[in-house]
Design a protein around this ligand. Structure first.
Ligand code: S5P
Length: 266
């Protein structure tokens, strides 16, 4: 199916190139799954791409979790991800002022050179988005910023008022790809979708085929419910990478997300 038909208003109203790139990848892979690849060695990360790459649209990394990181090994990993038709999303959760965030896109990890997407908190104000976008421009690449509008962890401080302000500022910013919403609470997610409209994407962690509480305050909701409530991508970590058979589970998450996507009214 063509991305324009599949995504409808999300496609026509999203002007950021990376948003359309994601929508095309999701259609090619028939999956709205982003794997939270929270493994701490290069070998384990590469193994994950081999095992579950075909069932994913994107791969989310925490580059600073990796014990044996080297620039060469990371480059090879990123090439492997690109060969598997995956977007790379560094979940750095930037939060500093614009100028420092721009510099943090470089440094030892040089995130601007390989990440297609990054996360940011808007606590320091909207210039952070300009800073991160300038980071990509500095190396002639383009990318997209996902702003944390909600979080999945219990007791988080992102209250309704804060969420509304993040959405109001983020909706108007051309460098914003979309928002992180809470996949564990479909009712709250639906409200988020209503206030975001169709011009930005919503990606949701806190989803697992086994709903309930996870480790250290994590909460999980059902992937299908999240997509029906307005999520455009489910971020799944341990549900896949800690499974006995990661490929089998990744396939199940891809199917749940794609079926729900095709069922939801435009
Ligand atoms: O609110 C959030 C935002 C994020 S990006 N809650 C989250 O859990 N995340 C990330 O999603 C978190 O950093 C982790 O990489 C992933 C969830 O992993 P899981 O194993 O709980 O599925």
């Amino acid at each position: 199916m063509q991305a324009v038909e599949a995504w409808g208003r999300r496609w026509t109203e999203s002007l950021l190139p990376m948003a359309r790139t994601y929508m095309e990848v999701a259609c090619r892979k028939q999956s709205l799954v982003c794997l939270a690849a929270d493994r701490s060695s290069m070998a384990e990360l590469n193994q994950l791409i081999d095992e579950v790459g075909p069932y994913l649209a994107a791969l989310k990394t925490h580059v600073d979790l990796v014990d044996d990181w080297t620039p060469e090994a990371w480059n090879a990993f990123c090439s492997k991800a690109s060969d598997a038709d995956l977007l790379i999303f560094e979940d750095r959760k930037f939060a500093d002022i614009g100028g420092i965030s721009r510099k943090q896109m470089s440094g030892i990890y040089d995130i601007r050179s390989w990440a297609d997407l990054v996360t940011a908190h808007l606590i320091s104000g909207p210039d952070i988005v300009d800073g991160l976008q300038a980071g990509w421009t500095d190396v002639g690449r383009n990318g997209g910023v996902l702003l944390l509008a909600q979080m999945s962890s219990r007791g988080n401080l992102l209250n309704h008022n804060y969420t509304d302000q993040v959405v109001a500022l983020g909706k108007e910013h051309p460098g914003v790809f979309g928002f992180i919403g809470n996949g564990s609470r479909p009712t709250e997610l639906k409200l988020l979708r209503d206030s975001v409209g169709d011009g930005k994407l919503i990606w949701t962690p806190g989803v697992n085929l086994k709903v309930g509480d996870g480790e250290m305050g994590q909460r999980y909701g059902d992937p299908r419910e999240a997509v029906l409530a307005g999520s455009d991508c489910i971020i799944v970590g341990s549900g896949i990478h800690k499974a006995d058979n990661p490929a089998h589970q990744a396939k199940a998450y891809a199917k749940a997300s794609w079926d729900a996507f095709n069922e939801r009214p435009e």
